[in-house]
Design a protein around this ligand. Structure first.
Ligand SMILES: *Cc1c(COP(=O)(O)O)cnc(C)c1O
Length: 430
């Protein structure tokens, strides 16, 4: 579900007209729907309730404090990938005891900080990392809870940059080396406590098969590790894909009907397939969704600045660039683009491009869309995940504002950066 829809000709998030937000806070601006976020979280929680699974929100998908606070209050755990994400999560009221810490390159400072805060578990990705955690824990006189991230070598069927569970990827430890590594932890790393087993095979998976394959491959090992070392949890990672290429019905009246239905990963089917494989393990099951929670709960608002007709192309030049939303450039990500004020049947095929000095700076290419004119506002849909959190100041562009909508009201949850923000921390030599 997502609650972006046209009402009386205006695109709304829940009950708020996005045009009103655009005119008040300016563009580019990210807008998130509180109820959509909560609905996605609850749906997953409910679907996995026979397992009593822990839903640990992957902070990197969208890490604004207000979003983290929302998740903390709703009872989510957190999957973090840096000391900065842990700091932010605690600042937002998240419980460090519900944080799992992933990532191949944890620094000594980050490890020390996470130990001081008492996180639930380090999901370690190499033997060298485990030995470092062991040493740091010993020096602090504490025990560090760890799990090993296993790389099950399955094909996730997603973009190569977001596939993480193949032998060729930098992530995790090869399946056939994992048990020896647990033995080494047990015998040689006295300051570690073996707490679980983890995997994460990739992002934006639109088929259930890779999840099933990976769980089938790894579950027997989880059972053995429970016998041998008393592990308490098995985390199956995140990666649940969302639908990016489904336009709003009202935006494309006739045309929409003719489109074939999109491949779609249903949460309920995901749960139905995985529960029978996981339940018999008797372990605490953790899932780490990011995109599935926030992806379709957020849009990026922009304004069309200029139109340019070339010999072969029509360009719509907008005020949101790849520094605001990098997914099209980085992952060939697809985002639907619709006007904030509803149009009639005026379809054109256009490139929607930003102001950045890069040919990769586009939001859409050769896209049949409404003929959004200069001065009009538009929304880039499904931009809630890996949108703002991947934004940068490239081309000295201040980062966008962020807004959270709740029913009929909205709140600014991040002010647009100022020019002073652009040079904060920079030093002119005498
Ligand atoms: C990024 C990440 C996730 C979340 O992935 P989504 O595709 O957004 O669900 C979960 N776990 C780990 C370890 C990750 O790195």
């Amino acid at each position: 579900m997502h609650t972006f829809h046209y009402q009386d000709g205006f695109l709304c998030c829940e009950n708020v007209r996005l045009l009103h937000i655009a005119e008040t806070v300016g563009t580019p601006a990210y807008v998130y729907s509180k109820h959509t976020i909560l609905d996605h979280f609850q749906r997953l929680k409910r679907a996995l309730s026979p397992l009593g699974a822990e839903v640990a929100y992957a902070v990197k998908a969208c890490s604004n404090l207000a979003i983290l606070q929302l998740m903390a209050r709703e009872g989510a755990g957190f999957d973090i990938v840096s000391g900065g994400e842990l700091w932010r999560t605690i600042r937002a009221g998240g419980d460090p005891g519900r944080c799992t810490y992933a990532g191949v390159g944890k620094t000594e400072d980050e490890i020390r900080y996470a130990l001081e805060q008492g996180i639930y578990c380090f999901n370690a990705e190499s033997e060298a990392e485990l030995r470092t955690i062991d040493e740091i824990a010993a020096s602090m006189g504490v025990k560090a809870p760890v799990a090993v991230r296993v790389n099950p070598n399955v094909e996730a069927g997603t973009h190569q940059y977001i596939t993480t569970g193949r032998k060729e990827n930098k992530f995790g430890v090869d399946l056939d080396r994992v048990e020896a590594l647990y033995a080494a932890i047990h015998h040689e790393m006295p300051s570690l406590i073996i707490r679980g087993l983890q995997m994460h095979i990739g992002s934006q998976l639109t088929s259930i098969e890779p999840f099933v394959q990976a769980v089938n491959k790894v579950a027997p090992m989880a059972a053995r590790l429970r016998e041998l070392y008393g592990i308490e949890f098995f985390s199956i990672g995140g990666g649940i894909g969302i639908v990016y290429d489904q336009p709003l019905p009202a935006a494309f009246p006739a045309w929409w009907e003719s489109r074939e239905s999109r491949s779609h990963l249903h949460i309920e089917t995901y749960a139905e397939r995985l529960i029978p494989l996981l339940k018999p393990l008797g372990l605490r099951i953790i899932v780490e969704p990011g995109r599935m929670i926030v992806g379709n709960a957020g849009v990026l608002l922009a304004k069309c600045l200029y139109e340019k007709k070339g010999e072969s192309k029509t360009f719509k030049i907008v005020d949101a660039g790849m520094n605001d939303l990098i997914r099209p450039a980085l992952y060939q990500g697809h985002h639907e683009i619709v006007p904030l004020v509803q149009h009639g049947d005026d379809l054109v095929t256009a490139d929607v491009v930003g102001p950045i000095c890069e040919s990769g700076d586009f939001q859409a290419q050769n896209r049949p869309m409404h003929d959004i004119r200069a001065g009009e506002y538009l929304a880039v849909l499904s931009a809630g995940a890996y949108g703002f959190s991947m934004s940068s100041n490239y081309n000295s562009r201040p980062m966008a504002a962020e807004v959270l909508v709740d029913g009929g009201t909205w709140t600014l949850i991040r002010a647009r950066q100022t020019l002073e923000d652009l040079v904060r921390g920079e030093i002119l030599p005498e």
